[in-house]
Design a protein around this ligand. Structure first.
Ligand SMILES: NC(=O)C1=CN([C@@H]2O[C@H](COP(=O)(O)OP(=O)(O)OC[C@H]3O[C@@H](n4cnc5c(N)ncnc54)[C@H](O)[C@@H]3O)[C@@H](O)[C@H]2O)C=CC1
Ligand SMILES: O=C(O)[C@H]1O[C@H](OP(=O)(O)OP(=O)(O)OC[C@H]2O[C@@H](n3ccc(=O)[nH]c3=O)[C@H](O)[C@@H]2O)[C@H](O)[C@@H](O)[C@@H]1O
Length: 466
């Protein structure tokens, strides 16, 4: 079967960039990305490519090339489903905030809504692709809903999890380490797998396209994120030990990373991992293990989250204790709010927890982030419900100029590893700060030796005192 028309439900951080790349690479396929959120779709259609709802290096170029040719963004979900041979479901699957599994399980209500809509609209056979990250065995629930329409339409369900990382989404999509496609072992299942393999084979070398059974594919996605997050928590646990012993976590990471069995990636110690997925996916894994009675497995993975919370709290506690055990009324500057550089995404960013902790200590915070909007930062804080919206706005200010944000500050905390922070005129910043001028580098990106020469008192994650 040759795919001519694709629909993707969900125009978010995954649906938008993923479909833009498929459309760019497969000019013979019509790709329509649909979403209930009309303002998001309007932004995807904005003539000004700087106003796309997702900031990703290179995304503007890809969208600019394909949009209007064979890439379309629309709110007409029914029409796009009706027209499509293949439908990707790329909606959000957040942690449940209510009922059974609250705070752990994935909330699959958006997935189920999509399945029901596909079931009610479809008049011809379709391949339905799970692009969202889902608990293992979700495909059987989707199949159940789709197969009970009684209108004779046949559906094949595939799992095709996405491994892109934000900030490098376009690079990752154009040159993925692997593409994973899971499907049914029946002949029709294998045909469906082949149809999706053929889409990717337009630009991905065949040996990087891996096909498995559907459960392996679903579980591989949760496992990949769990392993990646585990590496960050592992090195962060060692960073605490480094600070006590005089070892340097960067040196330790380099020394162990040169062992080819360990590898050098994902060993950068930080103020804690953030992002929309690591925490939610591990919690989901923990929940699944518990539901199968595998309590030791659940406890093992939960420790990755416990260590991450510890790392965020350790960072803010260290600021308070270093500033003579009180930050009440003191101005602390945050450089960065995004969960990593080169993205405007702030979901689960460590900055939010660190800010909340310091605001509890009555600090005054001024934030500068090159890509995150003021509304986003307040929304992140308000969501925690720790204090009133008015208090959040009184205690935390958002500035557009980093030098202004650092002016008359007691301390600077680096929360995101934006490259531009390394290029600032740190002498100028020092001159305008209160003394002693403290810098807490939560990302280990600044040249602390040079800063100390200027006169700063520096703390860098995982670097012990000499
Ligand atoms: N953000 C990331 O870097 C990655 C995310 N994932 C997974 O991909 C999935 C999507 O993630 P994001 O794109 O970040 O989420 P997102 O929240 O940015 O986008 C999801 C979109 O789906 C739309 N939506 C929800 N229900 C809908 C419905 N019934 N009909 C039409 N539109 C609907 C929402 O309005 C929203 O715009 C999640 O399962 C996530 O775990 C996987 C890999 C990377
Ligand atoms: O499922 C997802 O959503 C995605 O989650 C991560 O991608 P992402 O969260 O976008 O970004 P990462 O580069 O993985 O960073 C996650 C967090 O870990 C932190 N991190 C990462 C690496 C490291 O060495 N140290 C470290 O602290 C980052 O600063 C960031 O806060 C995975 O890398 C992707 O493969 C996956 O598709």
């Amino acid at each position: 079967m040759k795919i001519k028309t694709i629909c993707c439900i969900g125009a978010g951080y995954v649906g938008g960039p993923t479909m833009a790349v498929i459309a760019q690479q497969c000019s013979h396929i019509k790709v329509t990305v649909v979403d209930l959120n009309a303002s998001r779709i309007a932004a995807w259609n904005d003539a000004d490519l700087n106003k796309l709802p997702v900031f990703e290096p290179g995304l503007d170029k890809v969208v600019g090339e394909a949009r209007g040719r064979n890439l379309f963004f629309s709110t007409d979900v029914d029409q796009a489903i009706d027209e499509a041979d293949m439908i990707f479901i790329s909606v959000n699957t957040p942690t449940k905030t209510y009922g059974k599994g609250k705070g752990m399980a994935a909330d699959l209500k958006y997935i189920e809504l999509c399945a029901r809509q596909i079931a009610s609209v479809s008049k011809s056979n379709k391949i339905v692709v799970e692009k969202s990250t889902l608990p293992v065995r979700t495909a059987s629930a989707i199949k159940n809903i789709l197969d009970h329409t009684g209108n004779g339409v046949e559906f094949q369900i595939l799992s095709n999890p996405e491994f892109l990382a934000e900030g490098t989404a376009i690079e990752d999509l154009l040159s993925p380490d692997r593409v994973l496609i899971g499907g049914d072992t029946s002949d029709k299942g294998q045909e469906a797998i082949q149809a999706l393999v053929d889409v990717y084979a337009n630009w991905v070398p065949k040996e990087r396209i891996l096909t498995t059974n559907v459960w392996s594919s679903e579980l591989s996605k949760l496992t990949a994120n769990a392993f990646l997050a585990q590496r960050v928590s592992s090195i962060n646990s060692i960073s605490a030990l480094c600070e006590k012993t005089g070892a340097d976590v960067n040196e330790v990471a380099k020394a162990i990373g040169l062992d080819s069995r360990i590898g050098s990636k994902f060993l950068k110690s930080s103020v804690g991992f953030g992002g929309s997925c690591f925490q939610k996916d591990i919690l989901n894994l923990v929940y699944i293990a518990k539901t199968y009675g595998l309590n030791e497995v659940a406890d093992y993975w939960e420790q990755v989250i416990i260590m991450n919370d510890y790392q965020k709290n350790r960072f803010s506690n260290n600021i308070v204790s270093t500033l003579y055990n009180t930050v009440s009324g003191k101005k602390i500057t945050f450089l960065g709010w995004a969960f990593k550089k080169d993205t405007n995404d702030t979901r689960e960013s460590a900055a939010i927890q660190v800010a909340d902790n310091l605001l509890n200590e009555q600090a005054h915070i001024e934030v500068y982030d090159p890509k995150v909007s003021e509304e986003r930062m307040y929304a992140d804080l308000d969501y925690l419900n720790t204090r009133t919206e008015a208090e959040n706005r009184a205690l935390l200010k958002v500035l557009k100029d980093p030098y202004q944000a650092c002016k008359e500050s007691h301390a600077i905390a680096v929360l995101t590893e934006w490259d531009e922070f390394k290029t600032y005129d740190w002498q100028r910043i020092y001159n305008n700060m209160l003394k002693p001028a403290f810098v807490f580098d939560g990302r280990g990106i600044l040249d602390t030796k040079a800063l100390e020469k200027i006169g700063f008192v520096c703390y860098s994650i995982g670097k012990g005192s000499k």
